[in-house]
Design a protein around this ligand. Structure first.
Ligand SMILES: [Zn+2]
Ligand SMILES: [Zn+2]
Length: 330
């Protein structure tokens, strides 16, 4: 069989199951049979046509796990190994890459966003973008990337054990940040506009406190994370921050951040943008899953197939309800 099944977003609002040639082999790259694909907020945005700088048709999918169909030349991966795909293709030569921050490479291309991704049966990926997922289930391995986004933000924040952290936005990224902040020893509070989402978050992370937007916040938090994707929330988040604290922005929006300087300055705010994740974040997430510190089964609230994703993904794009993470089983 030279052809494979792919799920293609032909244009905003049109998702189709199609057939395409299997990818060519490339030196230094490994062929992976995709097993599980997490569906991300970004995918819903691509489908909805809300993702800037994107061309169609596009094969989405950047939260990927699968089985290596061949050994890697560097000897780290054997045929048949379960692998997690790091979907950030980087140049290796820009300033960010040379200082060990390829997550913000100047020439980054994200699989499934800027270039065709993993909603297909096979993909050929540079060997350095594959991490053996020993000890994880195939399904959990497809959740490492989205969890690594929150874990990266938490690592950037240098959380003090016993300190308080507020996570604004209880979607998947916010939940990931909350889980990893709790693992670092923070007392975590989640804030959201939806009581249903907060209830779900508490069922996944029972020690967390929750605050419904509209209720007043109870404390000045040493770290505040924004995971809302909403510019008004991002501009407002500083008010919950304790003096001396850090404000970590996980969301990316196409708008201007505006704060009153006295509010920003009087706290001596440390303002941190957090983008993508690094290899060490992927490894930290995998180690925490292995240790049973991440409730991966509770996070995987929905499952679908390639065939059903054609109708499920558009429905979920319109109403995510109590969905945390939907996974396509190939
Ligand atoms: Zn994602
Ligand atoms: Zn680079």
């Amino acid at each position: 069989m030279t052809e494979m099944k792919v799920l293609v977003c032909q244009e905003p609002g049109t998702l189709e199951l199609a057939s395409r040639p299997r990818p060519e082999s490339r030196p230094g790259a490994v062929r992976v049979r995709i097993g599980h694909i997490g569906i991300c907020g970004t995918d819903y945005h691509i489908y909805g046509g809300h993702q800037p700088f994107l061309s169609y048709p596009r094969v989405m999918g950047h939260e990927l796990s699968g089985r290596a169909m061949e050994a890697s030349v560097d000897g780290r991966i054997a045929e048949g190994d379960l692998v997690v795909v790091n979907p950030y293709l980087t140049c290796g030569t820009c300033h960010a890459c040379t200082i060990g921050k390829p997550n913000c490479c100047e020439n980054i291309a994200v699989l499934g966003v800027h270039t065709d991704g993993g909603m297909c049966e096979e993909i050929v990926v540079p060997q350095e973008n594959l991490y053996p997922a020993t000890g994880l289930t195939d399904q959990a391995a497809a959740m490492v990337e989205f969890l690594a986004i929150g874990a990266h933000g938490v690592r950037r924040a240098r959380i003090r054990p016993g300190s308080s952290a507020l996570i604004v936005g209880a979607g998947p990224i916010g939940l990931g940040a909350a889980l990893f902040a709790a693992i670092e020893g923070a007392e975590v509070t989640l804030r959201d506009t939806s009581q249903a989402r907060l209830d779900l978050a508490r069922s996944i992370l029972p020690p967390a406190r929750t605050e419904l937007v509209g209720q007043e916040a109870h404390a000045a938090y040493e770290t505040v994370f924004d995971a809302t994707g909403n510019i008004h929330a991002m501009n407002a988040g500083l008010q919950w921050l304790a003096h001396g604290g850090s404000y970590v922005l996980l969301s990316v929006v196409k708008a201007d951040l505006v704060f009153a300087d006295p509010e920003f300055h009087k706290r001596e705010t440390t303002l941190i943008a957090s983008r993508n994740a690094l290899k060490e974040d992927f490894e930290h997430v995998m180690a925490c899953i292995r240790d049973g510190r991440v409730p991966v089964e509770a996070l995987a609230t929905h499952e679908t197939t390639f065939e059903d994703a054609v109708s499920n993904l558009p429905a979920w794009a319109g109403d995510r309800g109590t969905l945390v993470k939907a996974i396509i089983r190939v």
